[in-house]
Design a protein around this ligand. Structure first.
Ligand code: HEC
Length: 262
């Protein structure tokens, strides 16, 4: 009995010693494996460690550097942040850059109301008169861009061919039936719904029922002005294409369609 107890004690002591030794070895290994800032061949690789690890102030943090203790500066009094670039038009050497800066500011100012809102100059957004024709030249590049954007943003509800109803996977389950964009009222510029400006407005601002319920989401947040006009150009293309019967198509196009290319 006594021997047994003695033995147990000894082995507990040994286990403890072993554990301590292991813990010490473990931390030695962890220490040897490297600290932040040490050179190593292991990933993640830093190609410019001096840039990655430069001293910097994190946003919304405290610092003793500025008197008010904030890492971020407040805008100069009586000024408003303007544009995503800090340069002023006409102050950079490259024409391409200057064009981008100017376009950026014009789009923020929305000075061109026809381009920005699809309305006739002089009418207001509260009482809009939509333009019959888009203010952007229609090129095959614009239509291609519109096709791509339409397939991403609209086809889920209105179907790839624009027929609406239950032709889109989401549209089939949506609380309101998506409109058929090939219908006469969306082609005839003699009525409100058929004007380029109106189609543009629906894309950017969505559709709301009289009770304020949202019937179609607004896509202005992710489809910019140019892309919205591109989609309008593509809707016109879908409308024109739907007028041509399969038999009237070029044999090459018939083969492409039968091959399953949308
Ligand atoms: C989430 C589903 C959904 C998506 C995505 C969607 N729509 Fe709609 N759209 C609808 C529904 C539903 C209606 C009909 C609403 C109603 O009857 O009030 C509609 C109606 C329309 C109308 C007719 C407006 C009118 O006043 O008659 C146009 C034009 C239109 N959509 C264009 C588009 C375009 C272009 C896109 C892609 C940018 C798009 N829609 C994306 C659901 C959608």
């Amino acid at each position: 009995m006594t021997t047994k107890t003695h033995n147990t004690r000894t082995s507990t002591g040994r286990q403890l010693g072993l554990l301590l030794a292991l813990a010490a070895a473990g931390s030695a290994i962890a220490f040897a494996a490297g600290c932040r800032g040490d050179r190593s061949d292991a990933p993640p690789r830093q190609f410019f460690p001096d840039m990655d690890d430069q001293p910097k102030l994190d946003p919304q943090s405290e610092t003793a550097f500025f008197e008010d203790g904030r890492s971020q500066r407040l805008p100069v009094e009586r000024t408003v942040a303007f544009g995503s670039r800090s340069e002023l038009p006409g102050t950079v050497a490259s024409d391409a850059w200057d064009g981008m800066i100017t376009a950026d500011r014009e789009s923020l100012l929305k000075a061109d109301e026809t381009f920005a809102f699809g309305i006739v100059e002089g009418s207001t957004r509260e009482e809009p008169v939509y333009v019959d024709y888009m203010p952007v030249p229609v090129t095959s590049d614009l239509i291609k861009r519109g096709e791509e954007r339409f397939n991403i943003f609209c086809s889920a509800c209105h179907g790839y061919d624009g027929e609406g109803g239950s032709s889109g996977t989401v549209g089939a389950l949506w609380s309101y039936a998506p409109s058929n964009l090939l219908a006469e009222q969306y082609r005839d510029r003699g009525n409100q719904f058929g004007k380029d400006g109106y189609l543009y407005h629906v894309i950017r601002d969505g559709l709301w029922g009289p009770d304020g319920s949202n019937r179609m989401p607004a896509y202005g947040y992710s489809i910019d002005e140019r892309d919205a006009w591109a989609i309008v150009a593509y809707i016109r293309t879908l409308q024109a294409a739907s007028d041509v019967a399969f038999d009237e198509l070029d044999p090459a196009d018939q083969a492409r369609l039968e091959g399953g290319t949308p």
